[in-house]
Design a protein around this ligand. Structure first.
Ligand code: FES
Length: 567
């Protein structure tokens, strides 16, 4: 029993056999069979929700992190008990990892709630795992603290630094354009991801780690310490101790996710030129806390938040460079009063106090002064218009400004199979100023919103030297990718959004200045096309596929399941 009168440790949440004393006796007996002393079994419990998996390269060092967390928990006087949850290794799931993010969040939520723990350490890293853990922990209503696996280190290829996965795409584009041969792409393939950890650039994993640090849900510098650095183990140990301090604090994770901490995270997202996927995940996280991510407010923040971090895919450096440059505390110190500095963090101090205590050194080649930014406005912008009534997203910091005000002829692909079949057809009727449009790759499609929005440049144009084109879809894009690519068009085509009505030859206009995306087709013609749309397919017969199809929300609500929203 704690000072606040609550039951603590293994006496919590007894299994129901109709006789509580018997349940407690049985649990103690079974727990004793794991070899713990009576003293340890009487202590408060810190759960460690981890996502190690043979199908997740980014989480290879999770077992070491668990051991370090346990050291910290034990030294601080509690009993650490780890438990596995679903793991989502980005490149190992079909059709796409996003389809399973909500399922993982349910696993995390229910196992935190069903098992006797007083606080929980969440260990994740790869793209969807951290949002899934945060979403689950918010909904579970327990004190929780995040630890991530940390970014990969870079490798060298012919005198050039390589890091997953912006360089993956750069070399693949060169291979498609015939600039490098099979032997070189094979060498590159073996050097792109040469250590444990998450992708080495400001992709989705690094972005989400950064935003979770910005919200104060992990310890300072937690987002950027390289996966293989001994500092990460020390941070894991400190995280275990911090979890013990959380017990009895009355500070569940949900209390730290407020409108103000959400805005702090969005400011940081914009300043670091972070991943478009983060817009989805932050909308879902907000929804779990009973909040809303308003894309129009997001645009207001974007107008007044410059990009100050020079990392791939927006810039030139890697996550390990951001860490050496001062990490997220240095970035947030630069943003200063643009942030809500009075918000509390997981350790009880305010964000302002945390930043004041950080090392004041900063490397200006990686983190620029706010009055000398890389881009004067935020890295992302939301678009609205007749083609995207509920919004779409463009990563302007990774796009070609020459295409920001553009009207052109649509070349439409009906889905991923159609795209694969025709994109490299020498007879495809396409020019460099056309707009490539992909339909039926949104959240309600069978494809479940894959990272397919980075449509390849048609081979015949790539070989003629075309590097970028305006591309539109209801799909997502990897945070490590770049190009003038409009994503997350909502409602998606499979749900009957206006995107479903677009045909090859239509005119579409984009205005980044006005945040507009419009389909320039007469309403009568659109009404005629809507009449001709096929009926939606029947629901899947059973299982998660059926649950997904019944519950999945659109991109503007973070693609959460409808029944999981709310605090
Ligand atoms: Fe796991 Fe990129 S594949 S973070």
């Amino acid at each position: 029993m704690g000072d606040d009168g609550r039951t603590r440790g293994l006496a919590n949440g007894l299994t129901n056999y109709g006789d509580p004393a018997f349940s407690a006796y049985l649990r103690r007996s079974f727990a004793s069979s794991m070899g713990y002393s009576r003293d340890l079994l009487a202590r408060p419990v810190v759960g460690i929700a981890h996502s190690a998996s043979g199908f997740n390269n980014c989480h290879r060092l999770v077992p070491e992190l668990i051991e370090a967390v346990k050291r910290g928990v034990l030294a601080a006087g509690a009993l650490p008990l780890d438990f596995p949850t679903i793991s989502l290794g980005e490149g190992f799931l079909t059709p796409t990892s996003l389809k399973f993010r909500n399922l993982m969040s349910m696993d995390v939520e229910e196992m935190i709630r069903a098992q006797p723990m007083d606080a929980v350490v969440l260990i994740g890293g790869c793209d969807k795992t951290v949002p899934a853990q945060v979403m689950g922990a918010i909904s579970a209503g327990r004190p929780a603290i995040q630890l991530v696996t940390g970014p990969m280190a870079t490798a060298m290829h012919r005198g050039e630094r390589l890091g997953a996965c912006t360089d993956c795409r750069r070399f693949w584009a060169r291979f498609r354009a015939g600039e490098i041969d099979e032997a070189e792409i094979d060498r590159v393939e073996r050097r792109l991801a040469s250590t444990a950890g998450t992708c080495a650039v400001m992709g989705t994993a690094s972005t989400m780690a950064s935003l979770v640090e910005a919200m104060g849900l992990m310890l300072p510098m937690g987002a950027s310490i390289p996966a293989v650095d001994a500092d990460r183990l020390r941070l894991a140990e400190a995280t275990g101790a911090a979890a013990v301090a959380l017990i009895g604090s009355g500070r569940p994770m949900a209390e730290l996710v407020t409108q103000e901490s959400l805005e702090n995270a969005l400011r940081v997202l914009l300043a670091i030129g972070g991943s478009t996927n983060a817009v989805l995940h932050m909308a879902a996280i907000a929804g779990r806390a009973g909040l809303e991510l308003d894309l129009r407010r997001f645009n207001e923040l974007s107008e007044t938040t410059p990009v100050i971090v020079d990392l791939k895919p927006t810039g030139t450096h890697y996550m390990q460079d951001l860490h050496a440059a001062g990490g997220l505390p240095a970035v947030m110190r630069e943003l200063g009063d643009l942030l809500h500095l009075g918000v509390p963090t997981v350790t009880g101090e305010t964000l302002g106090e945390r930043l004041a205590a950080a090392d004041p050194w900063v490397d200006r080649t990686v983190i620029r002064p706010i009055d000398d930014p890389i881009h004067p406005k935020g890295g992302l912008v939301a678009l609205f218009g007749s083609l995207a009534p509920k919004g779409a997203v463009l990563k302007r910091s990774a796009a070609d400004p020459r295409l920001f005000e553009h009207e052109g002829r649509a070349v439409v692909f009906d889905g991923l199979e159609d795209l694969a079949a025709r994109i490299d057809d020498p007879d495809l009727d396409v020019t460099a100023d056309a707009l490539l449009v992909l339909k039926n790759a949104g959240p309600t499609s069978p494809a479940a919103m894959p990272e397919a929005g980075y449509l390849p440049i048609p081979k015949k144009l790539a070989r003629a030297g075309v590097k970028d084109m305006l591309r539109l879809s209801d799909a997502r894009m990897s945070g490590t990718a770049y190009g003038t690519i409009v994503l997350h068009i909502a409602p998606d085509a499979a749900a009957g959004g206006p995107l479903a009505l677009v045909e090859t030859g239509d005119r579409i206009s984009l205005s980044v200045e006005r945040c507009r995306l419009d389909l320039l087709v007469e309403p009568d013609e659109l009404a005629r096309r809507r009449q001709a749309l096929p009926p939606p397919p029947p629901l899947p017969a059973r299982g998660h596929d059926r649950l997904y199809q019944e519950q999945i929300l659109q991109a503007d609500e973070g693609c959460d399941f409808g029944f999981l929203k709310g605090s």
